[in-house]
Write a protein that binds this ligand. Structure first.
Ligand code: URA
Length: 513
């Protein structure tokens, strides 16, 4: 063993810097011993003399070695995997990094077993962040002589996710003073900033409060015994979270009594059906869902999507806005900071510019459907700021199912793509703005697409080279007449609304008029 790295599992950036230094030093994975600092010095002192003499690798080579040799997504993957609790995670990352640095094509080998194992770890980390967001239960405590209220929760994550999960709570509960205690790292919010401190023992977890009894009553009242699917429930709420969830006190009883309660509900329902006036046709009660209901339903399903790496760090999925049958669909890149918080598309500065353009063009707002190619906000955290980050190919691909389903349900007559992400999601990878300007392009399903610069590029035109606002408005103009005049929908696009199939993104450069 030539290298020994003593790492702090909660300090992912420092650990990745150490990994990058090892790459720069040419260290081999089998020459490195990774030791979690929290596991104590005794272990380390037992290492052999050669290892101690070698000392840790220099950390002065920040992330250069990694960045210069590996694709950006590899860094994203490493960042997530580093939060996993598996003791071999850094060795595996090191091995993958060496493989990919030597043979860059390996990165694209979707079946590479090393890559698959790391992807699985990353999914487990993301899933636990998601679970932490869902399962933290605050208890109210009076704090200090002034009786200031503080909310404290106890949570026991398996992975090192507290730092990654905390910003969500800061946004959600910005006006409260709260703390989340865990065995390895605690986090507090004082309405201004997050502060992290070492983990604590479970005995410090606050006792149940009065609000909890109310919550239990509420939970009992919304529990629907006829919808009980124990396996799905266990999948969504794995048993290891139960002991810190007040509602689980009620679950055993609710599960045991579900058959009787559901039989009672059936009896009551058939009784009330008998009481239906004769003139109410039975078919009405069983009417198929309308496309609008299906679209709303799809939006609700999308809220639980965690197919892309950022699903857990964004506040929420931002679904499209508009109605089924809207003639023109406008597709942006992804929600921005303000859209992420508001849960609505195009409400930030770029959205304001788009809305101003729509007003100047006199387009009927109720004939438009506004949405994005990517439904979650991708960002880089810089202190308290969240800086826009262009979504990667993987995120765009993960979201394609939702955009395609929106298109099938809304059935627009034309689509306006704002910027490159929208263009390539709609027309296929590699279709950019510059080559698409000023001509209609047909997708394989016959839907015409008009590509223009993204409004954010117009706002930053000094760097982006985008046109002025007035020139951009003129570039948008042809989209509406095409949408307004098109007659029937191409039959190939009238598909079963419930199917979410692969994207028909092949392009034919058909000139439309
Ligand atoms: N930019 C987009 O592409 N979409 C939004 O919703 C907001 C800004």
């Amino acid at each position: 063993m030539r290298w020994r790295v003593v790492y702090d599992a909660n300090d992912v950036p420092a650990t990745l810097r150490a990994l990058s230094s090892l790459l720069a030093c040419g260290a081999e994975p089998h020459d490195v011993a990774w030791r979690d600092r929290s596991e104590g010095q005794g272990d380390l002192l037992g290492d052999d003399a050669a290892s101690r003499a070698a000392g840790p690798p220099p950390e002065s080579v920040p992330l250069r070695a990694w960045r210069s040799r590996l694709p950006a997504e590899a860094m994203e993957l490493a960042h997530t995997v580093a939060q996993h609790a598996h003791p071999e995670r850094f060795r595996r990352l090191h091995e993958l990094a060496l493989d990919v640095a030597a043979q860059p094509a390996r990165w694209h080998d979707a079946l590479d077993p090393r890559r698959l194992a790391l992807e699985r770890m990353a999914r487990e980390v993301r899933r636990e962040i998601h679970k932490m967001h869902a399962f933290v239960r605050f208890r109210q405590i009076e704090d200090g002589p002034g009786g200031d209220t503080r909310y404290v929760a106890w949570f026991e994550p398996v992975h090192h996710i507290v730092r990654a999960a905390a910003p969500f709570f800061a946004r959600r509960f910005a006006a409260m003073r709260w703390a989340i205690l865990t065995p390895r790292l605690c986090v507090q919010w004082d309405r201004e900033g997050l502060a992290f401190s070492p983990g604590v023992d479970r005995s410090l977890a606050p006792p149940p409060d009065a609000g909890e009894a109310l919550w239990l009553d509420y939970y009992r009242s919304i529990f629907n015994p006829s919808r009980l699917k124990t396996a799905a429930m266990l999948r969504e709420m794995p048993r290891r979270y139960w002991r810190n969830l007040p509602e689980t006190q009620a679950i055993t009883e609710l599960i045991q009594t579900a058959p009787q309660r559901s039989a009672r509900m059936v009896a009551q329902a058939s009784e009330s059906q008998r009481r239906l006036p004769i003139s109410v046709p039975r078919a009405v009660a069983r009417a198929p869902r309308t496309p609008q209901e299906q679209l709303d339903d799809l939006g609700r399903r999308a809220r639980h999507c965690s197919d892309c790496p950022v699903a857990c760090s964004a506040t929420q999925v931002v679904w499209g806005e508009g109605r089924v049958g809207a003639r023109l669909m406008i597709v942006g890149e992804q929600p921005g900071d303000q859209e992420d918080l508001a849960g609505r598309p195009f409400v930030g500065p770029a959205g304001a510019l788009l809305r101003q353009a729509i007003a100047e063009l006199g387009w009927p707002v109720d004939a438009l459907y506004l949405t994005n190619a990517v439904k979650h906000f991708h960002f880089l955290a810089r202190g308290t700021r969240r800086l826009h980050k262009t979504p990667g190919q993987r995120a765009a691909e993960a979201c394609e199912q939702w955009l395609e389903a929106e298109i099938r349900l809304v059935q627009p007559k034309a689509v306006l793509a704002l910027g490159a992400t929208a263009a390539s999601s709609l027309l296929g990878a590699g279709v950019g703005v510059a080559q698409s300007l000023g001509r209609w392009q047909a997708r394989a399903d016959g839907l015409p697409v008009w590509v223009v610069h993204h409004p954010a590029a117009v706002l930053r035109r000094a760097e982006s080279g985008a046109p002025s606002f007035q020139a951009w408005v003129e570039a948008l103009r042809p989209a509406w007449p095409q949408a307004a005049q098109a007659s029937a929908m191409a039959p190939s696009r009238v598909a079963s609304a419930d199917t979410i199939a692969a994207s028909p993104s092949a392009v034919a450069a058909t000139p439309y008029t």
